[in-house]
Design a protein around this ligand. Structure first.
Ligand code: PMP
Length: 280
């Protein structure tokens, strides 16, 4: 089953207009919510961010928030999803093609679920990454459907047998193609400030909270590539990658080439948080 506005329908029966603005312009916003043990992780934060993204592009919110929350829960139940994701998007809807907003477009909300295992191997052994030029627009804080800059960077990473591309504007590290980037140096945690150059990740926010709880100083500042290369530890965070240690950037080995102590501590806190969902 999938969710189409307020209706549950079979995926085969879903119908998207070829002039839907999401399809033609990438005119829409989305979220990916993690499901552990049949329960949404951080649903509130994701829906708040979706609402913010929608507002920033002046997109009409098509359904009530309460109804949407309930529909997402039902979708998970109907599809008997245990571990996986809910993908949720809102487009500005179908209308005759013009760049400016059409007079009578009606937003279209769709959501589906997909099974997905946790990235055990990456979590334990770390990932290899490449550096890639951040060629995206200047509102990366909006989780919009326009992902070509991200897609091209991720494709290049995969082409080089790497898991993620770490993006940079000139010599400043911004974020991953689909993740946030953290650096550990001398026991302190650094990450790019949540401004227009990055998406303020939900996992990022949890990690900052865990670090503060563990009395690790968190410094939100722009980090130059050179500092990242010499860091004791680097890791990326995202809904699907969780807290994945980075052991290599291009041909440069990070720290001792294996997950570091701070990363492991934060992973442990995250693990505790999601195991609580099992008892709900
Ligand atoms: N930055 C970008 C560009 C992303 O696509 C993602 C994945 N949604 C993130 C950061 C991490 O965000 P979150 O932790 O909310 O998944």
């Amino acid at each position: 089953m999938i969710l189409y506005n307020n209706q549950f329908i079979e995926r085969e029966d879903a119908w998207i207009d070829i002039e839907d603005r999401g399809y033609q312009f990438g005119d829409g916003v989305y979220e990916v919510i993690r499901v552990y043990h049949g329960q949404c992780f951080a649903m509130d934060e994701h829906l708040d961010r979706l609402k913010r993204s929608a507002r920033e592009i002046k997109l009409e919110w098509p359904v009530s928030r309460k109804e949407l929350e309930e529909n997402i829960r039902q979708l998970i139940q109907k599809n008997q999803l245990n571990n996986g994701i809910v993908y949720l998007q809102i487009t500005r809807g179908p209308a005759k093609r013009t760049h400016q907003f059409p007079m009578q477009a009606k937003s279209v909300l769709t959501a589906y679920t997909s099974e997905m295992d946790r990235p055990h191997n990456n979590l334990q052994n770390g990932i290899n990454t490449i550096l890639a030029d951040d060629i995206r627009w200047l509102r990366c804080d909006i989780k919009s459907l326009n992902l070509l800059g991200n897609v091209l960077a991720k494709e290049e990473a995969h082409h080089q047998q790497c898991y993620e591309a770490i993006l940079h504007r000139q010599d400043i590290v911004t974020e991953g193609s689909s993740s946030n980037v953290f650096i550990v140096r001398n026991g302190k945690l650094y990450t790019h400030p949540a401004n227009h150059f990055i998406l303020n990740g939900i996992t990022r926010r949890y990690v900052i909270r865990y670090a503060k709880e563990a009395k690790i100083e968190v410094i939100e500042k722009a980090v130059p590539i050179e500092e990242m290369m010499q860091a004791d530890e680097v890791f990326i965070t995202s809904t699907t990658s969780e807290i994945s240690p980075v052991v290599k950037v291009d041909h440069n080995v990070i720290g001792e080439g294996r997950p570091g102590a701070v990363t492991t501590l934060l992973q442990k806190k995250f693990e505790e948080e999601i195991s609580q969902l099992a008892s709900r």
